[in-house]
Design a protein around this ligand. Structure first.
Ligand SMILES: [Zn+2]
Length: 570
């Protein structure tokens, strides 16, 4: 039965260029089928099946790659990666992430070294720590930095990107004193005498950031090229970049046209915070930002808009119904976070973009923020029903039961309301998160099992550079829910919301592809789809969960071309 259709295909179609054989092929198709071999012709998968059936398709010029029993999955996707900004950060900003940095003394040492290599007075930037991983387990202050950088302004950004710390030189340049008032949607941390500590949260970071020379186009471009290679080396072939400018869009096109962007990029425009900003974005972008009408080569896609409702779980600024906790058991009395800009204005913006037919994705961490966003989507759909816009809830950290019900209904009725979650938050930020969300709320973080029970889909993203980008960490975290260090024990998030490897893999393949409007083109291994494939040293479906985290990418194919080969780089 199998051989007849296979030979018929062979007679009608050109011989495959490449056959990947002797493999275990996790297809992630609708039946989660396992195959043994894949045929690739041009940039497409042309056949998937048994070794015998696929081998029969080969012609004299077909290249055979014997995978010696290794596992093939679809190329992994990142539904939320700050790729354009993060790529250049990797090259130009001091890395303060764990395990490079384990203490405030390490931070100071890294800044001292950068100052020594920089001209006097030049801006020094760094990013990537979080207090949960510092031995001192407290915020970094201006004072910590002044001794190592007396004459250079320094601005460091915490790993979530939602707050930063300036040294005294930077505070002086920005004119921030004890008389400076908090900004709208932002706060200046203060000592008991009212003087600034150096910590600037959310919108207040702008007071310093506007003084830092903007990144050059050449730097951003170099970052994209370099990061695309790093993605390929992790068996990754696509991503959703949230919140880009026209300049970044042009750079993506330029790098792609030069052949140096072997990943699919689905970009969200920065949606702004005001009605005027939204009007501008709609006037400039709505006509070309219809991903469901995309007729290009699916390499660089203008996808929709990104806006924010609230802040972060790392800075305790996300918008909650009840007070934030601290140190897991304690309470940050009176702090329930806030909407990062006027919540009614955000509601208006969502509606404007919805009415313009644009895909909307809103960063939403806190339970109150998430409710606000899903209720706004719900209202927009009832008043102006539009199917297929796939409006997203980025991160969706601790949704209420109400929010989950609304998301499930929006998915089923309108093909909208999809969580774009970050499973690895419970790992990489897990110690800080458990401390800040507290005992009860931590159990509600990333309720993937509940999503499944409601028949919901979600996409997973690393939020790089908030967590490390390799998607294997997201797969592992969705199953394990284990924090990096275990400051509040190994299990603050419980296992009740764990999912199995099948669901976890779908969240970084076919479900992520859906949120890039590419589910018919990538995200599973099926004839007709682009040949975006990943070859691994182990089988995700059969190894112990702990070993998924350390899986090694052996080969990556993008658009039918081998773009990474571990045996060649060694
Ligand atoms: Zn983000």
């Amino acid at each position: 039965m199998l051989s007849a259709p296979a030979s018929r295909i062979a007679a009608q179609q050109p011989r495959p260029d490449i056959i990947l054989t002797n493999a275990r092929v996790i297809t992630v198709d609708s039946a989660d089928r396992i195959a043994r071999a894949v045929a690739v012709t041009g940039n497409r998968i042309t056949a998937v099946g048994s070794a015998a059936a696929i081998n029969r398709l080969a012609g004299p010029t077909t290249r055979r790659i014997d995978l010696q029993g290794r596992t093939i999955t679809p190329g992994l996707l990142d539904a939320h990666a700050h790729f354009s900004g993060g790529g250049a950060d990797r090259l130009y900003v001091v890395d303060l992430s764990y395990p490079t940095v384990k203490s405030i003394a390490d931070v100071a040492a890294a800044i001292r070294a950068k100052v020594a290599a920089s001209p006097r007075g030049a801006w020094i930037q760094g990013r990537g720590w979080d207090e949960g991983k510092l031995t001192e387990r407290r915020l970094i202050s201006a004072k910590d930095l002044d001794a190592v950088a007396p004459d250079n302004p320094v601005f460091l950004t915490q790993t979530t990107g939602h707050y930063g710390v300036a040294n005294s030189a930077a505070l002086r340049l920005a004119g921030i004193t004890k008389d400076t008032r908090d900004t709208p949607g932002g706060t200046i941390d203060r000592n008991p005498d009212g003087t600034p500590t150096g910590v600037l949260k959310e919108g207040a970071m702008g007071l310093v950031r506007r003084l830092i020379p903007p990144r050059t186009a050449a730097e951003t471009e170099a970052g994209m090229r370099d990061f695309a290679k790093a993605f390929n080396a992790e068996c990754m072939t696509g991503l959703k970049d949230p919140g880009i400018s026209s300049q970044t869009w042009d750079l993506y096109k330029k790098v792609e046209q030069s052949g140096a962007l072997p990943v699919r990029v689905f970009a969200l425009w920065t949606g702004g915070r005001s009605v005027d900003a939204a009007k501008r974005v709609i006037a400039e972008r709505a006509a070309m930002t219809r991903p469901y009408e995309n007729t290009g080569d699916d390499h660089v896609i203008a996808g929709g808009v990104k806006i924010y409702i609230d802040g972060s779980g790392g800075a305790r600024t996300a918008w909650l119904y009840d007070d934030w906790n601290k140190d897991y058991g304690g309470t940050d009395v009176g702090n329930r976070g806030y909407a990062t800009s006027n919540a009614d204005t955000i509601r208006m913006l969502i509606r404007m973009y919805h009415d313009a037919g644009m895909h909307v994705a809103v960063h939403s961490i806190g339970d109150r923020g998430i409710d606000w966003v899903v209720d706004t989507y719900d209202q927009a759909m009832r008043e102006n029903p539009k199917k297929g816009l796939r409006h997203a809830i980025i991160h969706a950290n601790i949704p209420t039961d109400h929010a989950i019900e609304v998301m499930a209904r929006l998915q089923h009725e309108f093909d909208a309301g999809y969580p774009e979650s970050s499973a690895s938050f419970s790992w990489w930020l897990g110690d800080t998160y458990a401390g800040n969300f507290g005992v009860a709320r931590s159990l509600r973080l990333n309720p993937f099992k509940t999503f499944l029970s409601k028949g919901m889909l979600w996409a997973n993203g690393s939020d790089y550079n908030v967590t490390p980008f390799p998607a294997r960490y997201g797969i592992w975290s969705a199953i394990e829910r284990r924090p990096l260090l275990g400051v509040y024990g190994d299990d603050p998030f419980g296992r009740a919301e764990s999912v199995d490897v099948h669901a976890a893999l779908r969240a970084v393949t076919i479900w992520a592809a859906r949120q890039m409007f590419l589910e018919k083109k990538v995200g599973s291994i099926e004839p007709g789809k682009y040949a975006d494939l990943a070859v691994w040293d182990r089988d995700f479906y059969s190894v112990p969960t702990a070993e998924i985290k350390d899986a090694k990418c052996m080969m990556t194919m993008f658009d039918g071309k081998v773009v990474y080969d571990a045996s060649a780089v060694r």
